[in-house]
Design a binder for this molecule. Structure first.
Ligand SMILES: NC(=O)c1ccc[n+]([C@@H]2O[C@H](COP(=O)([O-])OP(=O)(O)OC[C@H]3O[C@@H](n4cnc5c(N)ncnc54)[C@H](OP(=O)(O)O)[C@@H]3O)[C@@H](O)[C@H]2O)c1
Ligand SMILES: *[C@@H]1O[C@H](CO)[C@@H](O)[C@H](O)[C@H]1NC(C)=O
Length: 320
């Protein structure tokens, strides 16, 4: 009996290692680009995938702006990045994506202090209940709307600094997402309800918004030297479920622990989209595993929905 158990244990460990070296292994960004003289903004750069992304860009010599909501957490990340990379052109600028006013003052502050923008990395994201300062569902407000306004307000500088790129971190979860325009117009949210499951659904809806936003943005950017990409980073061990209830955490932490990959691997597709030369003709595409996904679901290529989401977002932001 003991022997059988030991054999079974060994087998399980073997299968687990095999899984991590094959299916779960994420490819690395192959670009050797140096970024001296270039400026990048990374939203939500104080932890998780944003932190490893910002660190990589800093290591390549870029001037990196950490656009974060919490000064203390962001300053700690600034110090960590400077220490690890030796690049001291790493700066915190306050940005709370749950407030359109904060987005506007971030951009004013940025435009006053900086003269160029080569990379805008829309990385911040969350799963949480509540509403934003402007009364939008928190998940929609932060994951989509805040980034929408941020990008639109920075477009002139991106165009003037071209070739430049906008990279938006979405998720494979978009597959079970949909955009309910009726709910958006009547309730300023992607769906109703605040159960863990409903919040997860809203998160998936918001990640579809990220893809549709990028798809529409690419159309608007035709003829400029600005390109844009959306992506799935992989299943990554971060603190993204920190606002979830205890039982949800208990349910998912073993999954996270055993089957999710580290945050440095999680930055690779973002870095690929930001740095790889010769992908400009793929502007508007969705990437995963450092490659474009060409057979994406048709709901992520819905021209009418993408246009409608853009126009509604403009009106929500008081732009139209
Ligand atoms: N982890 C995964 O497996 C996975 C899978 C698919 C997609 N993604 C996507 O990857 C991106 C990064 O996620 P992550 O896993 O690295 O999560 P994370 O560790 O929770 O980091 C999220 C970042 O977003 C910031 N943020 C949240 N609300 C904000 C707001 N109102 N204003 C400004 N910043 C805000 C957080 O700041 P605070 O520290 O202040 O909260 C944090 O810096 C997200 O867009 C997520 O949807 C992740
Ligand atoms: C794009 O960049 C190229 C090369 O730098 C430049 O010649 C061209 O004028 C730029 N186009 C626009 C629309 O700015």
């Amino acid at each position: 009996m003991l022997l059988e158990l030991l054999l079974l244990g060994a087998l399980l460990i073997g299968v687990y290692f095999l899984l991590h070296t094959t299916v779960l292994k994420l490819p690395r960004c192959k670009s050797t680009a140096k970024l001296h003289g270039k400026t990048a903004i990374v939203t939500g750069a104080n932890t998780g995938i944003g932190l490893t992304t910002a660190k990589d860009l800093a290591r390549r010599g870029a001037r990196v702006i950490l656009a974060c909501r919490d000064r203390q957490r962001a300053e700690a990340a600034v110090q960590e990045i400077i220490k690890d990379t030796g690049n001291n052109q790493v700066i915190f600028m306050q940005l709370d994506l749950a407030s359109l006013k904060s987005v506007r003052s971030f951009v004013e502050n940025f435009l006053r202090k900086e003269s160029r923008l080569d990379l805008l990395i829309n990385n911040a994201g969350l799963i949480s209940d509540g509403t934003t300062d402007d009364g939008f569902g928190m998940i929609f407000g932060v994951n989509h709307l805040g980034h929408f306004l941020l990008t639109v307000l920075l477009l002139d500088l991106l165009k003037a600094s071209g070739p430049s790129r906008v990279v938006t971190v979405s998720s494979r979860g978009y597959k079970i997402g949909n955009v309910d325009f009726n709910c958006l117009t009547t309730h300023k949210d992607l769906a109703l309800g605040n159960s863990n499951y409903q919040l997860f659904r809203k998160y998936c809806h918001s990640k579809l918004c990220n893809i549709l936003f990028t798809y529409e943005l690419a159309k608007k950017l035709q003829g400029t030297n600005v390109t844009c990409y959306s992506l799935h980073p992989g299943a990554i061990k971060t603190d993204i479920s920190r606002y979830s209830s205890l039982w949800w955490k208990l349910l998912f932490s073993p999954l996270f622990f055993f089957f999710f990959t580290d945050a440095e691997s999680g930055a690779q597709t973002t870095l690929h989209c930001a740095l790889e030369q010769g992908i400009e003709h793929l502007s508007g595409h969705y990437f995963t595993h450092c490659a474009p996904l060409l057979n994406i679901k048709s709901k992520a290529r819905d021209d009418a929905a993408a246009k409608k989401l853009w126009e509604l977002s403009e009106s929500f932001c008081g732009l139209a």
